[in-house]
Design a binder for this molecule. Structure first.
Ligand code: GLY
Length: 273
C-alpha cells in the first residue's frame, strides 16, 4: 500500500502569477486520490484543469505560432510501461485526453491532421483554441518560454505512477516544430514507481534526453530526487537555457527544481486523509 501523492508544475519562465492556479489542479488530483481514484485519472484531470486555464501555455492558453496557428502537444506515460503522445493538434483544447486514449492502443503517438482525425473518430472535443500572442522578442530566451508547458505526476495507493504533460510549444516556433513535451525520455519519463517531467526550452531538453537521464540517475546512483534534478539542469543544460523539472518517487512528496521561475506544488496523503 503506497501513500497517494501528486506534484505539478505550471511552466518554466516568467509570466503571469500562476501559483494559485496551479494549486487548484493539485487539489483536484488530491481529491481524486483521496476518494480512491487512480493515478491515471488524477494526472489527466489535473492536466485538464491546467489546459483549461488561460494563464498556462497549454490547451486554451497556448502560444500562437509564427504562422498564426495554435497547435497543442501532450504526452502521458504510466509506470507499467504504457505511453501515449500527440503532436501539433489543431482545434484541440485538451490534447491530454487524446494522448491518454492512446495508452491502450498499439500506436503510441499521432501527429497533426492524423491525430485530429483519430480524435474525431473517438469523440474527443474539437473546438477553436484562441491562444495568445507570445510576449517579448524573437531571440529573447526568457520570452521563448514565457509560462511554458504544464506537467503533473500522480501516485496512487497501488503504487502506480503516471506522468502527464501538455503545451502549446515555446514562443516564436513554426507550425511543424516538435518540442520536448511529446518526445519520450525528453519531456517526460516514468517507469515502475518513479517519474520525471521537464519544462523549458524544448530543443535543449531534447538534446539532453533530460527526463530519462535524470530518471536513470535517481534510480541507478541512489541519489535524491532533488540532487539528480539539480545535476541534470546544471550539467546537461547550457546555462543560457531556462529549464525546470518535477519528480515523484515511490515514497514521499514530489519535488520541483528549476534554473528559472517555475511554479510547482505537491501533496501527499496524510493519516487524516
Ligand atoms: N517545452 C515546451 C516546448 O519546447 O515546446
Amino acid at each position: 500500500m503506497s501513500k497517494p501523492a501528486v506534484v505539478a508544475h505550471g511552466g518554466a519562465g516568467p509570466g503571469p502569477m500562476r501559483q494559485d492556479n496551479l494549486e487548484k489542479a493539485v487539489e483536484k488530483a488530491a481529491n481524486i486520490l483521496r476518494l480512491g481514484g487512480n493515478a491515471l485519472e488524477a494526472a489527466v484531470e489535473a492536466c485538464v484543469i491546467l489546459e483549461d486555464d488561460p494563464v498556462f501555455n497549454a490547451g486554451t492558453g497556448s502560444v500562437i505560432r509564427t504562422d498564426g496557428s495554435v497547435l497543442t502537444d501532450a504526452s502521458i506515460q504510466t509506470g507499467d510501461g504504457r505511453i501515449g503522445f500527440v503532436i501539433a493538434m489543431e482545434e484541440t483544447p485538451n490534447p491530454i485526453r487524446v494522448a491518454a486514449d492512446l495508452l491502450d492502443e498499439e500506436i503510441n503517438g499521432l501527429t497533426s491532421a492524423g491525430a485530429r482525425l483519430w480524435a474525431d473518430q473517438r469523440g474527443h472535443l474539437r473546438a477553436d483554441v484562441e491562444g495568445r500572442l507570445p510576449e517579448g522578442q524573437i531571440g529573447d530566451l526568457d520570452a521563448e518560454i514565457t509560462g511554458d508547458t504544464i506537467g503533473v505526476i500522480a501516485r496512487d495507493s497501488s503504487g502506480m505512477i503516471v506522468v502527464a504533460t501538455s503545451t502549446g510549444g515555446c514562443s516564436f516556433r513554426p507550425p511543424g516544430r516538435v518540442g520536448d513535451v511529446p518526445l519520450p525520455g525528453s519531456g517526460f519519463w516514468a517507469e515502475d514507481g518513479l517519474a520525471v517531467a521537464a519544462t523549458g526550452i524544448g530543443e535543449a531538453i531534447t538534446r539532453a534526453l533530460l527526463s530519462n537521464r535524470v530518471y536513470e540517475r535517481i534510480k541507478n546512483k541512489n541519489t535524491s530526487l532533488e540532487d539528480s534534478m539539480e545535476w541534470g539542469i546544471n550539467t546537461l543544460i547550457p546555462p543560457e537555457h531556462s529549464v525546470g523539472l518535477i519528480a515523484l518517487g515511490p515514497t514521499g512528496p514530489g519535488i520541483g527544481v528549476a534554473n528559472t521561475d517555475m511554479p510547482w506544488a505537491t501533496w501527499e496523503a496524510s493519516s487524516s486523509d
